[in-house]
Design a protein around this ligand. Structure first.
Ligand code: SF4
Ligand code: SF4
Length: 161
């Protein structure tokens, strides 16, 4: 497991190199990118156990949609407005986010207490298995500072190519 505390510095050190790498991908190997990155995603998550990390639940937090709020409310037996008043605030982009981080649903053993009903953004993070990956490569370069799996995926991609 990569040391979470040294991860931001490590990721920033290779950031420019990764930006240049993606410029060359755009010119030469866009068609192959999704298949390769999805395989590296599987490999990284075979290696890394999120329950030993939980760094995204500690530091990033998701944007919550109205459907997320309704689902969480149903799970907690709260009305959507009660979920909002107890747990959420509106951020500078006008999106609902958790009032505070670490996430209020993160348990001390790193389990998510609303796992089955967690927000969609939590299910999809860190997005390295999505289609048309190139569209989110800049966000992914930033995510490498938070997520050890993303860091590993990008480093392996550069090595492989
Ligand atoms: S809702 Fe669950 S998965 Fe999402 S940030 Fe909170 S603890 Fe993590
Ligand atoms: S930061 Fe990445 S490796 Fe860590 S818990 Fe989140 S998704 Fe898993």
């Amino acid at each position: 497991m990569i040391d979470i505390h040294s991860l931001p510095e490590k990721a920033r050190k290779v950031e420019q190199e990764t930006i240049r790498f993606f410029k060359s991908v755009k010119k030469n190997r866009m068609r192959e990118l999704d298949d390769t990155i999805h395989a590296l995603h599987e490999e990284a998550f075979d290696d890394i156990n999120c329950l030993e990390c939980a760094n995204c639940c500690r530091s990033l937090g998701p944007r919550l949609t109205d459907r997320d709020i309704e689902r969480i409310g149903a799970a907690l037996r709260l009305k959507p407005r009660e979920v909002i008043s107890q747990y959420l605030r509106v951020d500078e982009d006008n999106d609902y986010v958790f009032k505070e981080m670490p996430c209020p649903f993160l348990c001390s053993d790193n389990y998510c207490s609303i796992y089955e009903d967690r927000p969609r953004a939590c299910r999809e993070y860190p997005h390295t298995d999505r289609k048309k990956f190139y569209q989110i490569h800049s966000l992914t370069i930033k995510n490498a500072e938070t997520c050890p799996a993303v860091f590993q995926i990008l480093e392996n991609l550069k090595k492989e190519w």
